[in-house]
Design a protein around this ligand. Sequence first.
Ligand code: SAH
Length: 694
Amino acid sequence: MKTFCGRANPTTGSMEWLEEGEDYDYHQEIARSRYADMLHDKDRNVKYYQGIRAAVSRVKERGEKAIVLDIGTGTGLLSMMAASAGADFCYAIEVFKPMANAAVKIVEKNGFSDKIKVINKHSTEVTVGPDGDMQCRANILVTELFDTELIGEGALPTYEHAHKYLIQEGCEAVPHRATVYVQLVESKRMWSWKKLFPVHVEAEDGEKILVPPSEMENCPGVPSVCDIQLNQMPSSDFTTLSDVVTMFSVDFSKPVQSASTYYRVQLEPVKSGKAQIVLSWWDIDMDPSGMINCTMAPYWVQPSSALQWRDHWMQCVYFLPHEEPVLQGEKLYLTACRDEYSVWYNLQKASEGENKAEEEEHEADVRVESPVCRCRAHLLWNRPRFGELNDQNRTHQYIKSLRKVLKTDSVCLCISDGSLLPVLAHYLGAKQVQYFILLFRSLHFSWVFFFKANHLEDKIKIIEARPELLKPSHLEDKKISVLVGEPFFTTSLLPWHNLYFWYARTAVSTHLASNVTVLPQSASLHMMIVEFQDLWRIRSPCGTCEGFDVQTMDDMIKDSLNFRESKEAEPHPLWEYPCKSLSDPQEVLTFDFTKTVPQHCLSTEGSVNLLRKGKSHGAVLWMEYHLAADISVSTGLMQMSNDKGNCEWNPHCKQAVYFFSSVIESEILSDPTAVTYAINFDTKTGEIAMDFKL
Ligand code: SAH
């Protein structure tokens, strides 16, 4: 079936209709899936295998037949483990059709077709009985339905249903139990992902402070989980205020309740400070004794030699509703509230000599609702964007540049989503009313609150129009003398999508004064060849996994990656994924914002030398914006230590990663290897196509 999907092109801004068959979503899902990462997760696989063997033995020792239910079988891996461990029969349930088909092939190839029945259904649709999908209820339940938050992929309702309808009472479960751990921390860096800090501006007439409105200060934010590679967060970026505390456990061998509930623990800070963040992770015990444990604990909790890199399970950052000053040794209650799919946290102080009634009252208060953004800023700005707006260094570059280009009679227009630039421009001396195009009405942030809190109501005018529909009357018949943008747009996924600024600039050309200053004046695309420490795993074939041939899966991923004629780059925040540069960074394309977007394509070809030993996993690409003479900001590489090639990346932005289809290893430096590239920016479609030859 073909469907036409309308979408605004992220780079050009024009509406386009894409013909998207069923295949499109499917290939996207496979190509970007985490299956490869899971199959590379040795620690997980080994422990599942141990847990499954132990569970099968326990059932056999009781003289029973081992009947396994594997919910979410994926490649069929866990069922094959069970069959190899001696299970009599496995029902392997998989809701995603392409995966169920792959599981059938993989099971057959490995010779388990008579022991494993793949059922392409959601587990809640599975029937039991002589004519059902399953002949009888299973006595071993095997699943891997967890995300970084443990329950975000619907593990609880799935377990609840399975216990009621699909498995026997007193069954064995692998994993047997999951436990969620938390630690209370203070971290300016992580807190800056939720709160807008005041912005200090040195203006000619004294220091101005831009303050967030109270609506924003008191806003609980959004409920979506913040999952990150916490192992990349240096210990200097946070202070632990409590020990690691067990928050709650789920025993999967017993009936599971998915209904909303809460868990409350008492804790005493080990240090005084500002409680802002709850860091959280979980572990799973594969057997009842807890001897086979697979943990997501970060580096400061377990020896780094035991750390297994994985991207499908990371750690969670939860933001407390308010910053709370806490004292070492005082009595606090931390509450985890959860619904079927998500968790959120609350901190309360226990008052001295609290009696039973008061304690119960406290308990009643903690049943707060899941966080819902009321100020709308958390809907407009995601967490990295908050971090970016709070980055004083970056703001300083913009202030310096604005100072260079603004005059007292400047008429300024800003095109960026939810940008503070118009406010900065106002403080820095542009005394005329500033204009500000609001591009995405659906994400209407309450600028009214914001302007009110800063007494800017009549100083900055919001224009709710698409750039091509801008009329002279919007600008009170004035011509724009300074056009500014960060640029930043919420629709951008890849670095060059923010070139939408250039298209918008082109669309508003007739409103610009002949001597207009455009800030940034230009942008450039940069590229570097890298060796990833770990990220390569997510796109690398597995061949065999714990002795099972899973090449069918590799082929399927490869097919999906090749589905679009040209391979595409994918966005990754590289501060979370360390890599080493193998080449120097190279500027490959420039975009001149002082001129309109040209009709012709922009293309370049060249070669880059590999300077260091290592595996060339791919190329990283990012944008740099040249704000004014000698002032640039990078959305990618910030710094590189030249001897080893270790890179420091912009912590607020995602970079584009183009994985090479084959990896080359450069060993001999006396004979430098070169990578040739051809990069083409199609100004009509706004797409960048690239090709690399090793
Ligand atoms: N068991 C495999 C794959 C785990 S990924 C392994 O360990 O390697 C989880 C899989 O479960 C996904 O393929 C997803 O499509 C599937 N899934 C999740 N919930 C399900 C449910 N309730 N019923 C059937 N399949 C489910």
